[in-house]
Design a protein around this ligand. Sequence first.
Ligand code: PLP
Length: 825
Amino acid sequence: MTESTPLIATPEHSVEGFVREYLRELNFSQGTVLERASVNDKYLALARTVRHYLMARWMRTTADQIRTQPKAVAYLSAEFLLGRQLDNALIASDLESIAREGLASLGVDLDELREEEIEPGLGNGGLGRLAACFIDSLATMSVPAIGYGIRYEYGIFRQTFVDGRQVEEPDNWLDRGSPWEFAHPEHEVTVSFGGHTEKYTDPSGRERTRWVPGWQVLGVPYNYMVPGYRNGRVNTLRLWSARATHAFDLKIFNYGDYAEAVRAQTFAENISKVLYPEDSTPQGKELRLQQQYFFVACSLRDFIDQLLPEGFDLHRLPERIVFQLNDTHPVIAIPELMRILVDEQGFEWDEAWDVTRRCFAYTCHTLLPEALEVWPVELMGRLLPRHLEIIYRINDDFLDEVRESSGGDELLVRRMSIIAEHPERAVRMAYLATVAGAKVNGVAELHSQLLRDKVLTDFADHFPEKFTNVTNGVTPRRFLRLANPGLSALITEAIGDGWVTDLDRLRELEPLADDAEFRRRFREVKAANKDRLVRLLATRDGIDVDPGTMLDVMVKRLHEYKRQLLKLLHVVTLYDRITSGELAVEDVTPRTVVFGAKAAPGYRMAKEIIALINHVGAVVNAHPEVSRVLRVAFPANYNVTVAETLVPAADLSEQISLAGKEASGTGNMKFALNGALTIGTDDGANVEIRQLVGDEHFFLFGLTEPEASAMQEAGYRPSSYYEENASLRRAIDLIAKGTFSGGDPATFAPVVSNLLDEDRFMVLADYQSYLDAQERVEAAYADPDAWSRSAVLNVARTGFFSSDRSMRDYLDRIWHAEPLPANGE
Ligand SMILES: *Cc1c(COP(=O)(O)O)cnc(C)c1O
């Protein structure tokens, strides 16, 4: 790449220019003509056309970064849950209306082509989506940044239901062509595994260590554009794909063992084959550690070799880069950088450590102890023997420090060791990240506080200056501007369009909450969004939803801590009260309860809960009386694309995790920004949402974190709630006796006994409080004008949850990097 402005022919920003470019793509790239083109041909040609408009900005952004050598942010994440690319590229480049008009002049419908895109599902849920929001914000803020991750050939599985049970199907998102990526095999990187280490004496007489690997694979980078919103900037997301080394297959081919050569290739390529479909559940597979090291080793090598000028003095690395570790998945980057500096660059240990500990910062995403990653020493030693040695040395030095500062408190030393001794010797990745990282952050105020007080307490005492908070955010481009065009237009009409990149300006809507005409138009938008959702559910899932009902939505990964069961017990209780005659249909606010959730395929209880939701739904929806006022809709395969239609249509947002378990949540932010009211516990970012929107516009219920902890400590007995609360008992009995499983009590017995015997997430303890809060919801919903006033205030007061603000906080508190000037065009 030269340092001068690259020469790129950008097509003309006009309908004619667009049409010319589009036809050229259709003819010369797709190799077809309009009359014979399939919908997929037309989509691919459109994607490439839009891409061309962004190309010059992309190349200029890269050239500027190479020329000015600013400090950059490298966001290391095993997941990027991007969602569809076309829509976002269209709004970023201000091509929406040009594309629509241009295509229409050819008799092509833009909306039909948008539906053709399969979203890249390279993430499980919130963590991966957060990474996608963050790189969007960094690009929009002109911050020199690069995202590094894995180009999984198969992303998160496609979910279908058979007899109400989850069935997983492979997500072959690359099959129909992938117009948004650029492969660069010429920049492939070699990654080593296995083997052993040995000592040797270098020419200057120094005793050193080298790693003699057992096997190697290649990492091929695929670049994706990350367009900033109308600021002339396009950053890069670089995802790595694994290939067999050429030497490997050539040698075996020469021996004539074709089958062995192919096997070796398959073995290597397995590394980037599939995303692990896990989220907040324990995970300890060898292939997963291979994936982690693979993408991190590629990324470090790439940054040092490709993005730094030749001969750069690596002692100054912290001036040029900060690697943000998105959870523990990339933490193996820490010993990898040490290895590069000490073994390859000849740094003294202390020099290397001084550089390394200023290059990394760590974001913790959980409070569940079982979700904190540990790798058995045996496995680490077999796969990455040199890294294990380096981790031991880091640990020895650190524990000496702890010993000294604590006056030899050996209990403390053992507690803080990076190496756990029980149940087996294992590397605690969160501890390694905390010891080495310059900063450690939680993702909401409450979460950061609990991290300090409960999870990493000893470390917070030892390194108080390291700990900080950055509350998560979501990108307003995708989750408001794109997902909710109706509300976007209404907001822009009222306050101008500055909010898209400065979401605090939504505050200017506050006075309009008292404007009856504005509220009426707000309700019109909500009604139109509901109609849009109804059409989607009808065509996509064959689900019939009445748009006149309250839309009560709970969409997120299926996990016991998130408590989909609590929502379901509410549904069962309503069913029970109506069928028993306790409640007259006329007195019930008609509602549609929408669930969306994937369960990790190996998480048995989560899959049982999915089946139970579907079975309850089938009975409720088939009941002549009940279904007049209560319906359950559970569209399969919840993903970003579905979220974009669901969130703007929702009236009520369910954020009902047990307090102290949800680190932040981001779904909660998307709903509030789109004018849904939240029913929620005092957990994660719900706390901040409630503080901002005000108690009277939020339905709070449930135990607080200190109450829940105290109750657990005193010995929580779920069965006592069952015994003492008749309504709860009846709901559980209905499930237990087989009402929702064709009369078979065995079907859901594991769910019932889990609730009655253990109930780790205290569903029964919060049941009554939740029901009471739902009664307040009904009362509030009965007054549409007051409800929409609250909804408008939710929109006006939640601009804080823009990921642009999160990025500003990271820049100020953690990264200390500066944006480039926007690229005026
Ligand atoms: C935002 C989002 C999530 C995270 O939802 P939470 O409610 O915060 O768990 C998960 N999946 C998808 C597809 C999302 O868009």
